[in-house]
Design a protein around this ligand. Sequence first.
Ligand code: GTP
Ligand code: SPV
Ligand code: MN
Length: 590
Amino acid sequence: MTTPLEKWVDEQAKLTRPKKIYWCDGSEKEAKMLLDIGMNEEKINGQPVFEALNHKNWPKAYYHRSHPSDVARTEQLTFVCHKDKDTAGPNNNWMDPDEAKAKMRQLSEGCMKGRTMYVMPYTMGHPDSPYSKACIQLTDISYVVVSMRIMTRMGKSALDKIGKSENFVKGLHSIGDLDPNRRFIMHFPEESFVWSIGSGYGGNALLGKKCFSLRIASCQGHKEGWLAEHMVIIGIEDPKGNVTYVTAALPSACGKTNLAMLESALPGYKVWTLGDDIAWLNVGEDGRLWAINPEAGLFGVAPGTSMSTNPNMMRTLKADKFFPTLFTNTALNTDTNEPWWEGLDGGVPGNLLDWQGANWDKSKSTKAAHPNSRFTVSITNSPTLSKEFNNPKGVPISAIILGGKRTQLIPLVCEAPDWQSGVFTAVRTGSETTAAAAHQVGVLRRDPMAMLPFCGYNMADYFAHWLKIGKKLTHPPKIFSVNWFRMDDEGKYIWPGFGDNIRVLKWVIDRVNNKVDAKETPIGLIPHLKDLSLEGLNIPHAKLARLFEIDKDGWKAEISDIEKFLSQFGSRLPEGIKEEFKKLSEEICI
Ligand code: GTP
Ligand code: SPV
Ligand code: MN
């Protein structure tokens, strides 16, 4: 008897026509075999998929260069295919599911000819967790398999979880011919199915990540009463040893990985890592919000990572533990065969190949590493890994932090007085765009809950879902906004950021634990400066004040921008959000 899984794999093979089908077991031995295949057989753009790096200094490291047209998520080629357009909402590109499938069938016909189809069984979340999901992804490129082995829990436990059931998440991926005109990332939420062709990069190709764990999972959460969020999960330990669990939503390339691995600048405080990108949030029987990280690895931005900004990440990358660690589109030091990127410790090496493999000319202003070059490494390599990481129940959350990259206006930290106003704070969050997606960098866009590119359904319904979850929580987390990126008149960041962000986290947990008061302002509650632990920091008082300054004219412009954003959702916008918008407008305009 063939199982539904076998039947599905067989159907996809009939369409894509690989020369061979290989079922992955997720073992280290298999990863070694795939690296060999990637170094010796498979090619991208005429080059081997992998190169071994200097294993003396980077014990498990391998290098990968993606196609130059394929270096970031492509939001314009990403579609969510609900039956009707309104369910997808103004926040998604939409295509009718039948039309999308016809298009994809045409592009996929024979696309794996001469290649191997790898069948990857994996779970998102610990297999024993009631919140985890069993998934299958098919792909035709070793890089994706090796990456998925790092990012998910791959192997037999997933197959056992699926068994004879039809109830598994499906992903069909082919690198195709890498022609951007034939590149699509299509989501079919009704069937928990993702179909992606023409890209081998990150969130376009590792379908367990953004495609499933956010776009599809957000739809599942909407139906089933939970939340799939673009959030870090950390435990903050105080000098007495008490740990407070917090999540933080920041848009792509705005500091989540750095926050998740933070090395505290305050003695006695410590941050424990549970996740750096995605959190699934469930309402517990105790009326608290519980978080699990569905992922098992870190897919982080390389540029800017160093012993001074993120020492724990450097230790993670150099750990002689999980096999392997990947570096994608960084530069390459040809004297030492080590990866290199802008911001790494030490000087600029004499001989570098840039991320496209050309000799890098220092005198030119181009970057040697692509700004969205990344590492892929197991979270279990991290010296700060929380002992709760594998707890199937997850951890109870006391605070939710939201933020973005705002060089003006938004204060360093601000608390919402209650859940509804907190949800509105999340809804109105804006951020200046980064290199994580292929679009113009540095433009302000609204990015509610850092989910604009990842919410798989109409965001108005998503806001309503957040409000509804709040009603189910008898002990809701407090909600805060943060902004590490406010600049002075010279265009320099005022706040030192990184390890010093613990000073803000300390205030957050002091508020959670009712240790300090806060100052009321029209936009929410801000710290009394005396309650921020600023010892050892050398910021003049006037500059500090600037971090909390409320510029009323700036806020008036902000409000009209928020109004414009919200108007897209028309009558679908929930009453609670309209009420909060009205309150903020009145507070600012009096
Ligand atoms: P994704 O993986 O795309 O979701 O990104 P992320 O949110 O995990 O961002 P990450 O931590 O990788 O940081 C992105 C960029 O922001 C890097 O260049 C960091 O050096 C920079 N960055 C992170 N934290 C801070 C901070 O506190 N202050 C400043 N000024 N820059 C920061
Ligand atoms: C992001 O862009 O938010 C990422 C990288 O974490 S990707 O996996 O490409 O989505
Ligand atoms: Mn991310």
